[in-house]
Design a binder for this molecule. Structure first.
Ligand code: SF4
Ligand code: SF4
Length: 286
């Protein structure tokens, strides 16, 4: 963290103590959440309604909103597929591997169904479902508390409904991490760009992708739904890694002709922690 960033952080901390500036971010956060919970969304039993007004984003949502469907059963059928998705994402985005859980940086990861879906564990339909490893990532929430919490607008929602970050604006305050109910953000406690004496990077296991920026110590990061790939007509790296399995489907949930809208219309899907009112754009077929 350079001197300017330290200074900003110090001011932000002092403002919090004095009841100025930064608390207003929390006030906004709470107001947004109150609004969300009063909208009637988030019934765990609701699943989703058809795209163009499904339960994920409210009847009023008509603009482009990219989303993802993850089919848990298909991942269970294809051993090693989740690891291929994780590897594709982390290689594409220069996600460092520090080799220990304490410092872990994760854009997409697996956890047990029971841990990922604490509000849905009662929907145990198949033997062993609770123990199934499930791919988890940022939900690119339609109502994202992390965006409201960020004092520098380093994290924001873009015009296609994706919650992205400008790493250069991040001051490392980690308010966004505290605000995210999904643990979808990671903090660089260490310098990911550290090198050995011979000049090789220590923590980029698959080398460095020169087309994506590396980050520095003191910066938060998370999944970005691959806007750099979408811009050139590619699918997100994880979705591409699923190949012909159709274990992941990506697209505009508000376009009734999109593949994802058709999948959402023809399957029962669930979201993580719908009661939080964040309106996740990642849906799961169980
Ligand atoms: S999952 Fe967390 S980090 Fe991602 S948009 Fe929602 S609140 Fe923000
Ligand atoms: S740590 Fe999070 S909230 Fe703080 S500046 Fe960075 S992105 Fe924004």
């Amino acid at each position: 963290m350079d001197v300017k960033r330290r200074k900003f952080l110090k001011i932000a901390g002092l403002s919090a103590v004095a009841g100025l500036g930064v608390p207003s971010a929390f006030t906004n956060l709470l107001q947004g959440e109150a609004l969300a919970s009063s909208s009637g969304q988030g019934n765990p039993a609701e699943g989703h309604k058809p795209a163009g007004g499904h339960g994920g984003h409210g009847e009023e949502s008509t603009g482009t909103q990219y989303g993802m469907v993850i089919d848990i059963k298909k991942f269970a059928e294809h051993q090693g597929l989740a690891d291929r998705c994780i590897n594709a994402c982390h290689t594409e985005h220069n996600v460092p591997d520090f080799g220990n859980p304490k410092d872990e940086i994760k854009w997409i990861w697996t956890d047990d169904y029971a841990h990922g879906f604490t509000e849905h564990s009662q929907y145990k339909r198949n033997a062993g479902l609770n123990e199934l490893p499930v791919l988890l990532t940022c939900n690119h929430c339609a109502n994202p508390p992390c965006v409201r919490a960020c004092p520098t607008q380093a994290t924001f929602k873009n015009e296609v409904g994706v919650v992205v970050m400008d790493f250069h604006r991040c001051i490392g305050c980690r308010f966004c991490m505290a605000a995210c109910p999904y643990g979808a953000r990671s903090f660089n406690w260490r310098n990911p760009r550290e090198k050995y004496a011979n000049g090789n990077y220590k923590f980029y296991k698959n080398g460095v992708n020169p087309n994506y920026p590396t980050r520095m110590r003191g910066v938060v990061e998370k999944c970005n739904f691959c806007p750099e790939r979408l811009a050139v007509g590619k699918l997100p790296a994880c979705v591409e890694a699923t190949g012909e399995t159709k274990a992941m489907v990506f697209g505009n949930v508000n376009d009734p002709n999109s593949e994802i809208a058709k999948v959402l219309n023809s399957n029962f899907t669930i979201q993580r922690k719908p009661a939080a009112g964040t309106k996740p754009s990642v849906f799961y077929i169980i």
